[in-house]
Write a protein that binds this ligand. Structure first.
Ligand code: NAP
Length: 260
């Protein structure tokens, strides 16, 4: 099943789940930036929520808002019983510490899964795991290589794969090319999240049975491109666009419905 097909099917299931609830789940998105990419992400999230019958509100504040003012708004949301979950859209304007903000969101309402005490996982790795399960990709005892070690993708991805007993290797910008080549050659699952257009290409060798999950989003005048060239000689490769971005959006709705 392609990711688009999977997301469509899963949304139908979630729509039924929302309809079966006594109270409509309520999501709030807090946005302080005027970033084009963020505007597109926020629009997508509001559209997904509307499609599923979830109530979603956008609280848009000026970019000049101070950290103290934002913390006050977060405190209000933490205590507002009508709000089941909320997210603060990143990136935040200069002068506001993203880590402070992530820690201020109550773990009970943290649908982004960023708080260390949150019971939910960050949306990108969670969405990827859900898709791998749906595609019956074997994880236990398999060689999984995660390229990139960010707090929102690489590290939590490695943790989730390890939790399901994959043999996990995390690679990063200090990894030597020759080592990268050897790890990739032996990998059953490769998740790449580095933000380097078409980094995975024909310089590397791949197992024909491998699954490549391309998280990268690289923009140029021709549109969006992944961290891997399209059409690698493997069993399954997620496309960009129409790939992990959709899984991430779906996982946000899944996370909200796990709370409510
Ligand atoms: P990030 O915070 O910028 O981290 C990038 C990671 O890649 C770092 O760990 C860095 O290593 C590593 N790296 C950079 N160049 C490398 C190279 N040549 N070889 C090996 N590793 C290298 O990135 P992020 O937030 O995780 O995002 C990564 C990409 O995924 C971006 O394109 C972003 O737009 C995209 N993304 C997509 C979604 C989605 O829903 N599709 C969600 C989130 C992010 P060091 O730690 O050594 O510096």
């Amino acid at each position: 099943m392609t990711i688009k097909e999977y997301v469509k099917v899963r949304k139908e299931e979630l729509k039924d789940l929302v309809a079966s609830k006594e109270v409509v789940p309520h999501l709030v998105i807090v946005q302080l930036n005027e970033d084009d990419a963020s505007n597109a992400y926020v629009r997508g999230k509001l559209k997904d929520a509307a499609e599923l019958g979830i109530k979603a509100d956008l609280y848009k504040f000026p970019v000049s808002m101070s950290e103290a003012e934002l913390l006050k708004e977060i405190d209000k949301l933490n205590h507002d019983d009508s709000v089941d979950g909320f997210i603060v859209q990143m990136p935040l304007p200069k002068g506001i510490n993203e880590e402070t903000i992530k820690l201020a969101v109550s773990p009970a309402k943290d649908v982004d899964g960023f708080h260390p005490l949150s019971k939910l996982n960050p949306c990108t790795p969670q969405g990827i795991m859900d898709y791998l399960h749906r595609e019956n990709v074997d994880i236990l005892g398999k060689n999984a290589v995660v390229i990139g070690r960010s707090n929102i993708v690489g590290k939590p991805m490695a943790k989730l794969l390890l939790k399901e007993s994959a043999n996990v290797t995390v690679l990063h910008s200090k990894t030597k090319f020759e080592d990268m080549h050897n790890y990739i050659k032996n990998a059953d699952i490769v998740v790449i999240a580095i933000g380097k257009q078409h980094y995975l290409d024909n310089r590397f060798e791949y197992k024909p049975s491998a699954v490549i999950v391309d998280v990268g989003i690289n923009r140029d005048e021709n549109g969006l491109h992944g961290d891997a060239i399209p059409g690698l000689p493997v069993r399954l490769q997620t496309p960009v666009p129409g790939g992990v971005g959709l899984l991430t959006r779906l996982a946000l709705m899944e996370n909200l419905l796990k709370i409510k």
